[in-house]
Design a protein around this ligand. Sequence first.
Ligand code: GLU
Length: 449
Amino acid sequence: MISGKEYVDRVFAKVKATNAHETEFLQAVEEVFDSLIPVFDKYPKYIKENLLERLVEPERIISFRVPWLDDQGDVHVNRGYRVQFSSAIGPYKGGLRFHPSVNQSIVKFLGFEQIFKNSLTGQPIGGGKGGSDFDPKGKSDMEIMRFTQSFMTELQKYIGPDLDVPAGDIGVGAREIGYLFGQYKRLNGYQNGVLTGKGLSFGGSLTRKEATGYGVVYFAQHMLASKGQDFKGKKAIVSGSGNVAIYATEKLQQLGARVIAVSDSSGYVYDEKGIDLDSLKQIKEVNRGRIKSYIDQHPHAVFTAAGSGSIWSLKADLAFPCATQNELNAKDAQLLIDNGILAVVEGANMPSSLKAIALFQEAGVLFGPAKAANAGGVAVSALEMAQNSSRIAWTFEEVDAKLFDIMRDIYDNVTHAADDFKFSGNLVAGANIAGFLKVAEAMSAQGLV
Ligand code: GLU
């Protein structure tokens, strides 16, 4: 029997050859593979069952045309996707992203990460992801509605409460989920468990909106506690200003940290006094505006346009990349390290490049990888599914307490997995291993499917 390393290298060479142009997908796969070498050495039967090569091939990729009419009556066409990656431990579960950068590589990397993340939540949910290259920026409500209705008219053929349960991601929030749900219902009848992130008046869960951001901070709390530290008086940089960034900021402030900067694709705002959360919510959740307008209400704050400086050059104790993939490269990591950063905790999916992660680890910076740290969103989605099935609605406090416990359990499992496989302190390896072990056991038990 070949060694774990030979096996992992062989499968990676094949994945590279067969997915040569999917750079983000290959990056996500590479991040996982090295961690799994000792797992295959310990369980050679997984090599015999060729589990890894089966896992990196999505069960199914659906790609479809989404035609829609703008307000002027002009016809547009976008491409829609759903990657049903793995149903080993439960129905496919994962968000939909509407952003011009969306392509097959992006949805595959997100779907692949989702398998491990969902496994780490401890809940019975498989991995999936979807979306479209549609750009919601600057579109009217009616254009958003026409697009999402057209998108769902096709997607509804492939999803269902026990089959595949989409939710939001970048560009898909409460408004889009509402329209998607309405269209699904019109075509299939009322089945509230088919989407999560729904409005509270039609089956949504309290705390779902806050869950990803709060969960990231709960996870960071355990990371800090392992070094005898907490948030009080710490300065934090939070990149992004979407749902994850807003609620990470809210929880950080509640726990005594000062968030000094947030950003969007146009640039970043630095507010030494601490970001004013009400203004941030008003700009992003109500006005759907740009972060630059923060300085209109807070003239002492400084706006730096994208390309004129990096949010990662600021001096802080904690960094929370909560914007998007590959927003933090090796140069940014070095800036943070030189400024004495204590911890970096990922709120976005794959925000740090592989080189950036390696630099943090070499420098002894506490590093919380996305698949563990941002699992709170999908975990509360699974709690929304549970509430929908049982026709019960829990209170905000009940869901928040469950979220807190889930994040603590994830932290414990990830740290123990790292210890067990001689990666002590390496939460990247711990998350990959702990996420993989459950999926591997399920795949092995279910035979060659
Ligand atoms: N898009 C989120 C994620 O990256 C949430 C997915 C969900 O709630 O299904 O995990």
